[in-house]
Write a protein that binds this ligand. Structure first.
Ligand code: ADP
Length: 635
C-alpha cells in the first residue's frame, strides 16, 4: 500500500505555522503532552483489559519508554497502550477536537509576537511535537487490530501528512521526533531525565529512559585505556505511584499543579485543591480542583463535566457526572474508590447507593474546599467572578446543603461604595442594627437601579444595610429561599417590611394623620387610575422619591423576568400594584394643587408610571408615558 497524502484541518495548519515560528519559551512541554497522551492510551487499554484479558496477554506490563538516538537525531516516545487504527490516526492527528486547543485557537490575535507568547501558556497536545521536531513519524497499532493493520503517519508540519497501513508486531504507539538542529539538547540524558521526572512523577505507569549503563570498573581495569562500547539499558525514572495514592504530606504544590494540568487539559494553574483519603465503610480517595477560569460553556446544558473515576486505581471513565450536583459542575478532579465494582458502567452508576453516598461526601468536600478558599479574600473574589452565578443554583438544587451554599454567596451592599460583590450573609448578620432580625435585599436590573431604588429610602434612614442584587439568577434564587441562619429574607419592595422593633411608633402615627389629611388626594388618585391599581396609600418608606409601587406578599417580578417567562409560553397573570405616594414630595404637592381634573389625571398617570418604571426597569407602553410627561413639561 502506498501512503495517502491528507491536508490538515485549517486550524491545525495555522497552529503548526505558529509553533514552527514561535520563540517558544518552555520547549520541554512537548514531553508533558506526549507522555500524557501515552499515559491516557495506557489507561484506556488497562480499562478494556479488565473484561478482555486477551488484549494484553502477549505484553501485560504497561510502560512508557523514551529513547534518544544521536546518530539519527531522533527522540522516540513509545507506549504499549491502546494504539490507533488508520482512521483514528487520520482523524485524531489531523484535526483539533480537544477543548483546550480550541480555546487556544480562539485566543489567537493574528499578531505573531503576541500569539507566540500565548502558545507558551497553552498545552497544544500532540502538535507540540513540532516545537522541537521538523518531522514527526507515528507508528501505531490498535490493541484491537491485526498485525497488518498497523499504521504509519508522518508529517513535516507543512500543511499535509501522509499515512498508510503497515505491518506492526506490537500494539501501542511510537512517536518519533526528528529533532531540529537547534534542539539537539533533547538527545542528552540529563536534559531528558530532568524534564521527564517533572512531567511523569504523578503518572501511575512506569516511564523508562534509555540510558548508558553505569558499570563499575573491575579491579585492575581502571587504567586500561582500551575503548569499551557503552552499554545502554532502560531505567525507570518516575515513581509510578499515582499521585493521589501518595500521602498528601509527601506531595508538593508543584506536583499538584502539574497533575491538574494533566487531568484537566487546562493550561492554567488551579485556584485551589483538596486531597482526601477516607477509610471505613465507604472507601475513597478524592482529589478535587477549582480551576482559575470558567469554561466558555459553563451555562450551556450540554456542557461536559464530571470527575475522573478510578476503581482500585484503575481508570474507569472520564466525566462521570454522577458524583457531583449540577451547581458544582466546574470542579475538576478524580475519585478513586474500592466501594464500586471494576465493571461499573455509566448506567449502573446512576442508580447505585454507593454513588449516592459518594456524591454526598464529595459535595461536602467541595463545599469545604470553597469555604476554605473564601478565607483568602482576593482569591475568593476571582473565584466569585468566575463561578458565583453557578453556585447560586445550589441552595435550590441541594436542599441538604442549603445553608452551606448560602454561606458562600457574596453580594454588593449599601454598606459598600462600589458594585463589588464581597458581602457574605454572615457579614451582614454580624452588623445588623439593634433590634433587626431580618435580612433585607433588593433585586433590580442593574447595580445602579438597585442602589438608587426608592424602596431603600426608609431602610437607609434607619441605618439598615440592604444587599443589592442584579444578576438574572438572583430574583429566581430569592424567590426560592426564605431564610438563612434563622433570619428571614425580606425584599425591600415588600408591602410589609416586617420592621418589628425597628418600626417607629411616631412614624406610624404620622402616616395615619397623613392618610387622614390626604384623604381627598388619595380619592382623586384612585378615581384617576381606576382599576389600573389595587390601592393607593400614603407611604412611610419614601423620603426623596414621589412614589413607588408594591405588590402583595414578599416580592414581585421584574419586567425582565416577566419577559423571560412569557417567552417560554407560560401565562403570567397581570400584576396589580398598590401605589404608594409621598405627599411631602414637591411633585405630589404640585399635583394636589391642580384644580383641573383632566390635568390631574395626567399627573396621576405620570406619578404611577414613573413608580412602575423605576421598579420594573421598563414599561408596557412607554410612549404613553412619554406623552404624559411631555404634556406637563410643555406647560
Ligand atoms: P488530546 O490529548 O488533548 O485529546 P492530542 O492532540 O494530544 O489531544 O491527541 C489527539 C488524540 O490523538 C488523542 O485524544 C488520542 O485519541 C490520539 N492519540 C494521541 N497520542 C496517542 C497515543 N500515544 N496513543 C493512542 N492515541 C493517541
Amino acid at each position: 500500500m502506498t501512503a495517502t497524502v491528507h491536508g490538515f484541518q485549517t486550524q491545525v495548519t495555522k497552529l503548526l505555522d505558529l509553533l514552527a515560528n514561535s520563540l517558544y519559551s518552555n520547549k520541554e512541554v512537548f514531553l508533558r503532552e506526549l507522555i500524557s497522551n501515552a499515559s491516557d492510551a495506557i489507561d484506556k487499554l488497562h480499562f478494556l483489559s479488565l473484561t478482555n484479558q486477551d488484549l494484553i496477554k502477549d505484553d501485560p506490563n504497561f510502560k512508557i519508554r523514551i529513547r534518544a538516538d544521536k546518530e539519527s537525531q531522533t527522540l522516540t516516545i513509545s507506549d504499549n497502550g491502546l494504539g490507533m487504527t488508520l482512521d483514528e490516526a487520520n482523524s485524531h492527528l489531523g484535526t483539533i477536537a480537544e477543548s483546550g486547543t480550541e480555546a487556544f485557537m480562539k485566543e489567537l490575535t493574528g499578531d505573531a509576537a503576541k500569539d507566540s507568547q500565548l502558545i507558551g501558556q497553552f498545552g497544544v497536545g500532540f502538535y507540540s511535537a513540532f516545537i522541537v521536531a521538523d518531522k514527526v513519524t507515528v507508528l501505531s497499532r490498535s490493541a484491537n487490530a491485526k498485525e497488518e493493520e498497523g499504521v504509519k503517519w508522518e508529517s513535516d508540519g507543512n500543511g499535509t501528512f501522509e499515512s498508510e497501513n503497515i505491518v506492526r508486531k506490537s500494539r501501542g504507539t511510537e512517536v518519533i521526533l526528528h529533532l531540529k538542529d537547534s534542539e539537539k539538547d533533547f538527545l542528552e540524558t540529563w536534559t531528558l531525565r530532568d524534564a521527564i521526572t517533572k512531567y511523569s512523577d504523578h503518572i501511575s505507569t512506569p516511564v523508562e529512559l534509555y540510558e548508558e549503563k553505569y558499570e563499575a570498573p573491575k579491579e585492575g581495569e581502571e587504567n586500561k585505556d582500551e575503548k569499551k562500547e557503552p552499554k545502554f539499558e532502560y531505567v525507570q525514572v518516575n515513581d509510578a505511584r499515582a499521585l493521589w495514592t501518595r500521602p498528601s504530606k509527601e506531595v508538593n504544590d508543584e506536583e499538584y499543579k502539574e497533575f491538574y494540568k494533566h487531568i484537566s487539559h487546562d493550561y492554567q494553574e488551579p485556584l485551589t485543591w483538596a486531597h482526601n483519603k477516607v477509610e471505613g465503610d465507604l472507601e475513597y480517595t478524592s482529589l478535587l480542583y477549582v480551576p482559575k477560569t470558567a469554561p466558555w460553556d459553563l451555562f450551556t446544558r450540554q456542557q461536559d463535566h464530571g470527575l475522573k473515576l478510578y476503581v482500585q486505581r484503575v481508570f474507569i471513565m472520564d466525566k462521570a457526572e454522577a458524583f457531583q450536583p449540577n451547581y458544582l459542575r466546574f470542579i475538576k478532579g478524580l475519585v478513586d474508590t474500592n466501594s464500586l465494582p471494576l465493571n461499573v458502567s455509566r448506567e449502573l452508576l446512576q442508580d447505585s447507593a454507593v454513588t449516592r453516598k459518594l456524591k454526598k461526601a464529595l459535595t461536602k468536600r467541595s463545599l469545604n474546599m470553597i469555604e476554605k478558599l473564601s478565607k483568602d479574600k482576593d482569591a475568593y473574589q476571582s473565584f466569585w467572578a468566575q463561578f458565583g452565578n453557578v453556585l447560586k443554583e445550589g441552595p435550590v438544587e441541594d436542599y441538604d446543603n442549603r445553608e452551606a451554599v448560602l454561606k458562600l454567596l457574596r453580594y454588593a451592599s449599601t454598606k459598600n461604595d462600589s458594585n463589588v460583590q464581597n458581602v457574605s450573609l454572615d457579614d451582614y448578620i454580624s452588623r445588623m442594627v439593634e433590634g433587626q432580625d431580618k435580612i433585607y435585599y433588593i433585586t433590580a436590573e442593574s447595580y445602579e437601579a438597585a442602589l438608587n431604588s426608592p424602596y431603600l429610602e426608609q431602610l437607609k434612614k434607619k441605618g439598615i444595610e440592604v444587599l443589592l442584587m442584579w444578576e438574572r439568577i438572583d430574583e429566581w434564587l430569592m424567590g426560592n429561599v426564605t431564610e438563612y441562619a434563622g433570619k428571614e429574607f425580606v425584599c425591600a419592595n415588600a408591602s410589609d417590611l416586617k420592621l418589628g422593633k425597628l418600626a417607629d411608633e411616631e412614624e406610624k402615627k404620622k402616616q395615619e394623620t397623613a392618610s387622614e389629611e390626604n384623604k381627598a388626594l388619595i380619592a382623586r388618585f384612585k378615581s384617576a387610575l381606576g382599576d389600573k391599581v389595587k390601592d393607593v396609600i400614603v407611604s412611610t418608606r419614601l423620603i426623596d422619591s414621589p412614589s413607588c409601587v408594591i405588590a402583595d406578599g414578599n416580592r414581585m417580578m421584574t419586567m425582565q423576568m416577566r419577559r423571560i417567562l412569557e417567552a417560554t409560553g407560560q401565562p403570567i397573570p397581570e400584576e396589580k400594584f398598590t401605589l404608594e405616594i409621598n405627599p411631602e414630595h414637591a411633585l405630589l404637592k404640585k399635583a394636589a394643587s391642580e384644580t383641573d381634573n383632566e390635568r390631574f389625571n395626567i399627573w396621576a398617570e405620570l406619578i404611577y408610571e414613573q413608580a412602575l418604571l423605576s421598579d420594573q426597569g421598563a414599561l408596557k407602553d412607554p410612549s404613553s408615558f412619554v406623552k404624559c410627561m411631555n404634556k406637563l413639561l410643555a406647560e
